[in-house]
Design a binder for this molecule. Structure first.
Ligand code: HEC
Ligand code: HEC
Ligand code: HEC
Ligand code: HEC
Length: 502
């Protein structure tokens, strides 16, 4: 957004109290590309092996590889024991960790208890679509077999195919090296939201390459009977963007379809799970509105001798304030760390309130059913719970939302708390009607207690996963190596953390 950037300078200099540095905006990498070789990784097809790109782009490759340094695993179910209650009946209640570096995307997907323990290509709980945001093998596969075939079948179908973590060919064209959208569903989502995709330029791409994965989505199901008379389900990643980017807009999209991700195991509410609407929240935040791109903060320009290149070590911009925030602002590093810290603290407070209210609403609804409440009595209440939890999840599922768009995050959290409290007021009346007065929900103050209330047998889940890792996973890797899709060297030094085997 070059024109915007010029405009930006004046906006900042004239209106904003955050002072600008004396130097003008640095020309970003797009303008300096001539200094770096444009990579042609493969003449035909998609080059999904990241190490192959190192030959033409060593600086970008080496910096990309540094995403492996973000390897600490944070078990969020432990940190926030309300979560197993909120997600009771859904796989997220078993395992949910904070994001790590892109280097771990495939490994974390495999290790997650959410992907289960398949024993063959046609078993396991999840569809192929669950690989979609994990690897450049996905655009390679889609080019080879077509989008429809890719989105049909079980996750285990592609265990030996999807083996390289998020990398070059997720964001770059293998033939021209240009930034490109490798996921058609993003183009469809943008079109539905009113964007003319033919008019997108390289500056737009500096955010849109991220939006391919850091967005809200659901799996749209189509069923068909094949020649052998067998039923086949295709689950296609779809962005619910036709009504707008606000939490309520997407809620309206799902409500209109009568869509739910699952039925809550305790409250029986028809639930929605938000994914990670980083892009949507960012767009309406102040940086997004002023034309700052994801890459401006997460992929700053870096120098190595004479070579100026884009730093591909995508991580927290706070680890590199001098090269990110301070290219536009002129506060001190300490000041900026404090600003982000304050935003985080505000979000934490409201988030805790919303999560507590929602968890209690689920448990009280469970008690109401037990006490003989009727469908009619519960209908409204369950809708409040659905909408309240959606708004909470939508506001915080993108882990940077509190910074990308603080006001919107807080607004949605307040809404979530209000909806949950409305449900609880109505529940008190229903419970009283069925003779239950002064009900106090059971203790869910630890992950273990909350998972027990959610009815999860963790020992069984973990044992099955370890058996899968010892058997089928080994076959996948051997086949991937034999077929030339995976170079084991590329995984050298990779630790194997998970929430259940630290
Ligand atoms: C998540 C998306 C993403 C991934 C993954 C990615 N890149 Fe980039 N790459 C970018 C962006 C954004 C730019 C900046 C381009 C611009 O502004 O024109 C860029 C720029 C480049 C450039 C142009 C020169 C420069 O440094 O600005 C090269 C070469 C390059 N990347 C190579 C690679 C290689 C090699 C890999 C894999 C090891 C890779 N990229 C992975 C997004 C990505
Ligand atoms: C192909 C899908 C994909 C693309 C493209 C992508 N991401 Fe990610 N990103 C992920 C996934 C999946 C994770 C979580 C990986 C894990 O935890 O194993 C992640 C994690 C992250 C993290 C957390 C890293 C950490 O160290 O904690 C940041 C920050 C991030 N992405 C930013 C970006 C930005 C900025 C872009 C665009 C320049 C981008 N991503 C493009 C899928 C993607
Ligand atoms: C490419 C330029 C650019 C970069 C990089 C950038 N900012 Fe900004 N920042 C802006 C602009 C433009 C505004 C909006 C000013 C306005 O018009 O109100 C802004 C506004 C802000 C505000 C005030 C609004 C709010 O959200 O509270 C804060 C705080 C802020 N930036 C912090 C940061 C931090 C921290 C970083 C690094 C992680 C950063 N900025 C990186 C350009 C940038
Ligand atoms: C103005 C700078 C700025 C822009 C623009 C920006 N981010 Fe961020 N992002 C941040 C900061 C600051 C954090 C908070 C980091 C922290 O808490 O350590 C963050 C956090 C994140 C996280 C969570 C990382 C984690 O480990 O929890 C993800 C993912 C992310 N951003 C992706 C994106 C995507 C995708 C875009 C564009 C759609 C984007 N960001 C645009 C500054 C920015």
């Amino acid at each position: 957004m070059k024109t915007l950037k010029v405009l930006l300078r004046y906006t900042l200099a004239t209106i904003v109290s955050l002072a600008l540095p004396a130097t003008p905006f640095p020309a970003h990498a797009a303008e300096q590309k001539a200094e770096v070789k444009s990579p042609v990784a493969k003449e035909n097809g998609v080059q999904s092996k990241n190490e192959e790109w190192a030959k033409t782009s060593p600086h970008q490759y080496e910096s990309w590889k540094k995403t492996s340094e973000s390897e600490t695993l944070e078990d969020l179910l432990k940190k926030k024991p309300q979560l197993p209650i909120l997600w009771a009946g859904y796989a997220f209640a078993k395992d949910y960790n904070a994001p790590r570096g892109h280097f771990y995307a495939v490994q974390d997907n495999i290790n997650s208890l959410r992907t289960g323990a398949p024993v063959s290509p046609v078993t396991g709980p999840l569809p192929t679509a669950c690989w979609t945001c994990k690897s450049p093998d996905v655009p390679r596969l889609i080019e080879e077999v077509g989008e429809k075939e890719y989105f049909t079948g079980k996750w285990a179908k592609y265990g030996s195919e999807v083996v390289n973590p998020i990398g070059c060919a997720d964001c770059h064209d293998s033939k021209t090296g240009e930034l490109t959208l490798t996921r058609e569903y993003l183009k469809r989502g943008l079109t539905a939201s009113g964007v003319d995709v033919a008019k997108l330029n390289n500056d737009d791409m500096r955010s849109l390459v991220c939006a391919q994965c850091h967005s809200e989505y659901y799996f749209k199901k189509t069923e068909e009977t094949d020649a052998k008379g067998e039923k086949k389900a295709t689950l296609t990643v779809t962005f619910p963007w036709d009504k707008g980017f606000k939490g309520e807009d997407m809620e309206a999209h799902y409500d209109a379809l009568n869509f739910s991700d699952w039925t809550h195991a305790i409250s029986k509410a028809p639930m929605l799970k938000a994914q990670h609407p980083d892009y949507e929240l960012f767009v309406s935040g102040i940086h997004g509105r002023r034309g700052v791109s994801c890459a401006d903060c997460h992929m700053p320009t870096k120098k190595d001798g004479d070579v100026v290149f884009t730093d591909h070590h995508i991580t927290s911009p706070l680890d590199n304030i001098a090269n990110t925030c301070l290219t536009c602002h002129s506060e001190s590093e300490e000041e900026f760390k404090e600003i982000v810290g304050i935003k985080l603290e505000r979000k934490e407070q409201l988030m805790e309130l919303a999560m507590d209210s929602l968890a209690k609403a689920h448990l009280e609804a469970g008690k109401a059913w037990e006490s003989g409440a009727t469908e009619e009595e519960m209908k409204d209440i369950l809708q409040d719970i659905r909408h309240g939890q959606w708004r909470w999840d939508y506001s915080i599922a993108g882990h940077g939302s509190f910074f990308h768009n603080p006001e919107e995050t807080l607004r949605l959290l307040a809404q979530a708390n209000d909806k949950a409290q409305q449900a609880r007021v109505k529940l008190a009346a229903v419970l009283a009607k069925h003779g239950v007065i002064g009900y106090v929900v059971p203790d869910f103050s630890t992950k273990e207690k909350a998972q027990a209330l959610a009815g999860i047998d963790m020992d069984k889940e973990i044992a099955a996963k370890l058996a899968f890792k010892a058997a089928l996973l080994q076959e996948w890797n051997e086949e991937a190596v034999a077929k030339g899709r995976l170079n084991m060297e590329s995984r050298k030094g990779m630790s194997d953390h998970s929430s259940y085997s630290k």
